[in-house]
Design a protein around this ligand. Structure first.
Ligand SMILES: C[S@@+](CC[C@H](N)C(=O)[O-])C[C@H]1O[C@@H](n2cnc3c(N)ncnc32)[C@H](O)[C@@H]1O
Ligand SMILES: Nc1nc2[nH]cc(C(=O)O)c2c(=O)[nH]1
Ligand code: SF4
Ligand SMILES: [Mg+2]
Length: 210
């Protein structure tokens, strides 16, 4: 059980349930290929059956960690941090993004958008899920829309979601990893017919890096 003091620090974002943090290369989407420090915060109830980090879902398994300590460590490695999860917007991210900006570190987020937005972001990657749709406010501020394509119905979902984002938002279709052999050729074909979309591959998995 978390005591009341710890709970208050979590509410203010001064502690976060850290699952893991690591220096790697952004494998997906617009910033693919860029070195970045990843901070993975535990907790998610969106329930994607193909989620590649199901170990993140139960926040109780991930110890509340002082945000200052996470930031002190991150800034040794990179000028860009990617905050992911789990679903990072389940937590108050104002404190961590302020602290990162004070150290001149750029803040990127990977989110389903299913929770209220907090934090100040240099880049927002929105990856909507049918099981728990994004809240309205995030569509207009998303820099990148990344739809995971598990089956053919996901192309229709992608167009519905694209109709909600700003006209400057970058549009990506990413094959669901376990179904990539089937869906990648369909995405290739779709992008050639609809060049407002680009393909995103999980390049870190091909490179065997985190
Ligand atoms: C693990 S999620 C964490 C952040 C947030 N919960 C979200 O879904 O955006 C990070 C990214 O991986 C994508 N992803 C998760 N499982 C995947 C899979 N099996 N194949 C392809 N992409 C996947 C998500 O859609 C998201 O863009
Ligand atoms: N290299 C690498 N790039 C990523 N881009 C988004 C990731 C995520 O899990 O949020 C991820 C990840 O887990 N590893
Ligand atoms: S929203 Fe993200 S972390 Fe949550 S289940 Fe879906 S892919 Fe996994
Ligand atoms: Mg990942």
């Amino acid at each position: 059980m978390i005591n009341q003091h710890t709970q208050e620090l979590i509410n203010k974002g001064e502690m976060l349930p850290l699952m893991e943090d690591f220096y790697t290369i952004q494998g997906e989407g617009f910033h693919t290929g860029k070195a970045a420090y990843f901070i993975r915060i535990g907790g998610c109830d969106v329930g994607c059956h193909w989620c590649d980090v199901k170990e993140s879902w139960n926040a109780k398994l991930h110890p509340p960690t002082k945000t200052d300590a996470i930031v002190e460590n991150a800034k040794k490695y990179a000028n860009t941090v990617v905050i992911t999860g789990g679903e990072p917007l389940m937590w108050n991210l104002d404190y961590i993004t302020n602290a990162l900006h004070q150290s001149n570190v750029k803040t990127h987020i990977e989110t389903s958008g299913a929770y209220k937005i907090s934090g100040k972001w240099n880049w927002i990657c929105l990856s909507p899920k049918k099981t728990k749709l994004p809240l309205n406010d995030i569509y207009i501020v998303a820099n990148e829309l990344k739809i995971i394509v598990y089956n053919k119905n996901d192309f229709k979902f992608a167009e519905e979601q694209a109709s909600k984002v700003s006209k400057n938002c970058e549009l990506f279709l990413q094959p669901e990893w376990s179904n990539r052999e089937k869906m990648t050729p369909l995405i290739v074909d779709y992008v050639m017919k609809n060049p407002n979309w680009k393909i995103s591959l999980q390049t870190h998995k091909y490179l065997n890096i985190p």
